[in-house]
Design a protein. Structure first.
Length: 108
């Protein structure tokens, strides 16, 4: 890739063999991924099924943590991967309907 394009700075030149293909990227805003039709992986429980099951995903890039929390509270986004115990406690008090899980290996 470096020989052909000179560097890896342009997302249009991304290369990989993963389950998704990057089709759009807006700096500090979002990235759109679609299912890779040539992905080799299968479901461990059902080896006859190719994965991924979903056709695509759009990831929002929200640099401001308070903005991300507001988006979770209003149901605009599904996941907010970073935060503190105090943020989680505040979310439980203000929005008890929001489901929270602790991800092992990450601070509680």
């Amino acid at each position: 890739m470096i020989q052909q394009y000179g560097n890896l700075n342009d997302w249009h030149h991304a290369v990989g063999t993963g389950p998704f293909i990057l089709t759009d990227f807006v700096d500090n805003s979002s990235m759109t991924l679609v299912k890779n039709p040539n992905y080799w992986g299968t479901d461990e429980r059902h080896p006859q099924n190719k994965i991924p099951y979903i056709s695509g995903v759009k990831l929002m890039i929200i640099p401001s943590f308070p903005t991300a929390l507001a988006a979770v509270r209003t149901g605009k986004i599904d996941i907010c991967p970073s935060g503190t115990v105090l943020n989680a406690q505040a979310m439980t008090q203000t929005n008890p309907e929001v489901k929270q899980i602790h991800i092992p290996g990450q601070p509680p």
